[in-house]
Design a protein around this ligand. Structure first.
Ligand code: NAP
Ligand code: ZN
Length: 346
């Protein structure tokens, strides 16, 4: 299948217009025309090789929403015309303990990412969602409810699930004090979900200008963490802190904001390791945890939850030729709150 998109041809390079071929449909595949593709900070980390060597050419993008155009001979989950979403992985081993329990993102053999990896059969580079079409095994796509604004749906496929999953796992609910560190693409979805789940939500930010938006999204409080006093005030305050910041943060200082038996979950993936004194964990029986996206069933659960509660991402829709500027603005924390590429502009 012929495809058009945007690619980085080498590490740290600007993205440019790129034509390529996708595999033709296997019996259990579906093809889709992509309508919108989100820009995740992980795309930027990988184009810039901040997580180690990447595979080029790279067509990034793992926040995909589109309409089914073709269905493989034995595929039965979707029909032509259905709205579907594709997220951060396109395959996994399908037989390990984690895959069988719906945790494909933690596949024992490793999930097959949507891009910056080889396809599961090792044949070709997997190309992602900054493009006009896509082919995927039907079991790795989810159904999108018809009542949601589609440009705001694309980011649910990564930013959405990545916050929904830990909020559910650590039981964000009425009576619980939840903090979201960083009001970016991931963080703003965390605010919306935590509020919808009934938790008391506080945003911990370094951008004072985002306060009004945070409160409008459902946050109850907004704190700029720019002084020792701001940390003192919130000592042992939260049941759960989700750290979505893409840059290195003084994690121990934030850990001290967690109550006895509470948890700080690492979600942002900056370059450097974290250093934490054992005392900060021991002294309040706290946990320091991590969480990565969510499995396919949970992805469907999340998007159905969005349909029911009318939750979408707040987006700036851009044309393909704005991707490089969008990267700069994302890194500068200057996005409200996710860039989404209109796939008709490739
Ligand atoms: P983003 O839209 O750029 O948001 C990151 C936010 O972090 C910014 O809006 C900003 O919020 C804060 N921030 C950025 N630089 C900062 C700095 N120097 N100091 C303090 N705060 C800073 O990024 P994103 O797409 O949400 O992704 C966030 C991170 O999560 C990335 O590292 C990404 O790779 C990772 N990620 C992880 C998973 C997973 O499964 N665990 C999935 C997707 C992405 P304020 O302006 O409010 O401070
Ligand atoms: Zn992502």
């Amino acid at each position: 299948m012929q495809s058009k998109g945007y690619a980085a041809l080498a590490g740290n390079s600007h993205l440019e217009s790129f034509e390529f071929e996708r595999r033709s449909l296997r019996p259990d595949d579906v093809a889709l025309d992509i309508l919108y593709g989100g820009i995740c900070h992980s795309d930027i980390h990988q184009v810039r090789e901040e997580w180690g060597p990447s595979l080029f050419p790279m067509v990034p993008g793992h926040e995909i929403v589109g309409r089914v155009t073709e269905v493989g001979s034995s595929a039965h989950k979707f029909k032509v015309g259905d709205l579907i979403g594709v997220g951060v992985f396109i395959d996994s081993c399908r037989k390990c303990e984690n895959c069988l329990s719906g945790l494909q993102q933690y596949c024992a053999e490793g999930m097959t990412g949507t891009y910056n990896t080889l396809e599961r059969d090792g044949s070709t580079i997997a190309f992602g969602g900054y493009s006009n079409n896509f082919v995927i095994n039907e079991n790795y796509a989810v159904r999108v409810p018809g009542n949601l604004a589609l440009e705001g749906v694309a980011p649910l496929m990564c930013a959405g699930i990545t916050l929904y999953s830990p909020l559910k796992h650590w039981n964000a609910s009425p009576g619980k004090k939840v903090a979201i560190m960083g009001l970016g693409g991931l963080g703003h979805m965390g605010v919306k979900f935590a509020a919808a789940l009934g938790a008391h939500v506080t945003v911990l930010s370094h951008s004072p200008s985002k306060k009004g938006d945070a409160l409008a999204m459902g946050a109850h409080e907004f704190k700029v963490m720019d002084s020792e006093d701001s940390f003192k005030e919130l000592h042992r305050h939260f049941d759960l802190i989700l750290n979505t910041v893409s840059a290195d943060m003084p994690i121990e200082k934030y850990l001290n904001l967690v109550k006895v038996d509470g948890t700080l979950v690492m979600i942002g993936l900056p370059i450097n390791p974290v250093s934490v004194g054992a005392g900060s964990l021991i002294g309040s029986r706290r946990s320091l945890a991590g969480s990565m996206i969510g499995g396919i069933d949970e992805l469907q659960e999340m998007i159905d939850f969005c349909g029911k509660h009318n939750i979408v991402s707040d987006v700036e829709v851009i044309k393909a030729d704005y991707i490089n500027q969008a990267y700069e603005r994302t890194v500068a924390s200057d996005v409200k709150y996710r860039f989404v590429i209109d796939s008709s502009t490739y």
